[in-house]
Write a protein that binds this ligand. Sequence first.
Ligand SMILES: [Zn+2]
Length: 493
Amino acid sequence: MPAAPLPARLGRLLLLAALAAGLVSCRASDVALDAPTTTTTAPATTTTTTTAPPATGMAGDPGVGDPYFPELGNGGYDALSYHIDLEWLPDNGSIDATTTIELTPTVDLRSFNLDLVGLDVSLVAVDGVDVGFRRSGREMTVLPESVLPAGEAVTVAVSYAGRPQPISLGSDVFGAGWQTDGREAYVVSEPAGAASWFPANDHPTDKALFTFELTTAPDQVGVANGVLVEERPEPDGRRTWVWRAADPMATYLASIVVGDLVIERTTAPTGLALRDAYPPEHAAPAQELFARTGEMVATFEEWFGPYPFEVYGHVVVDEALGFALENQTLSLFGTDLLGAGGAGERTVAHELAHQWYGNAVSPASWRDIWLNEGFATYAEWIWLQEAYGQPIERSAERAHAGADYGVAPGDPGNEELFQPTVYIRGGLALHALSVEMGDEAFRALLREWPQRFHDSTASTEDLRALAEELSGQDLATVFDDWVHGTELPPFPT
Ligand SMILES: [Zn+2]
């Protein structure tokens, strides 16, 4: 998803240049983003302790040890589900929320952490009992009254309120998380922004089920991942929208949008339910942009295997984002891709492909981001071949000739997670792999990857192991040259 840390205006110029040149590039990813103007650093430490922690049991780790973002996620438990009950109060730009998390300790826990940045926490309860907590930066330490035994699920409720702010990680990475123009609100959480709007075990390695209960102004619509299971009026005239995502999901893909939206439902030729949401004034170009989604689902099912979730679709926010984001079952688009012709269509294909590569199978660490973007870029080339007859090799050749990507896609650095090499050289690495493995084994790899690792995460090493298993070849050279080497190898033939 998002992109290189270029100034928004430069990003737009690059996008226009790319469009004029007939280059693709969907994900305005290699283009850039309209970064949010507000970023915050972690708030000062605040402490609220009401009880002394139990003397036995372990303290859960404050991070899962991601090589790029060590403090993301937490140790000592497995999150099973999140229920996010959230009111958006546009008049003062704030939220009032309670997130209820079901989790299972993996060790005997005397305390554990959730990731949450900013916002005022009024209450933390474990199995209905108020408990103490402590906050420092993005870490909130929950202090149960007694040790939580390993293997026994508990329910943790956190009530909080305030004005969410996008999170800066102290690098050039996009200020991720909550975004608002004062009336509309949405989230762009990759890689670390989920903690700006709900308490989370914020790392892809801990996927969970999600439900969202969004209360909006009377004339607004709230959408989220999954399926709308209830819409009800509140006594004060506001409306509540309940969405349920039935498949495990990484926290960075959890998404809500509240705005002036209409929801349109259609069905793909495969029978998959599709639903798009967009501002009514953008209905015609939005319908045009998403017109071939059903065909794309059918094409990608032939190449990748069954679509991994129960529903798909897009939501358009009334802002020129400069990128799109593949939130699970509900990709996020901005107005800049409306009327963008082929570039817009390629982005639609790119974000759809992420549902297999990135969402069903998520990166084991953020250093593996090329696994998301390389596959999605390669999928664009598949779409160009299947829909327009342009061979994949021709698209790859053009990409190879386009620039000197002298950074290893397998280690782009945590400050340049979304730089072009991750996308373009990532896609080229897969093309090189297909040349080395041969078409049959490579097509088997495309299908087996989302089958074997669905609802989970996988690493570059997992990909190499699977490719070697399916081809019976030693593929070290391809990975060394294309994924881990700095110098761009010659075009594979
Ligand atoms: Zn992408």
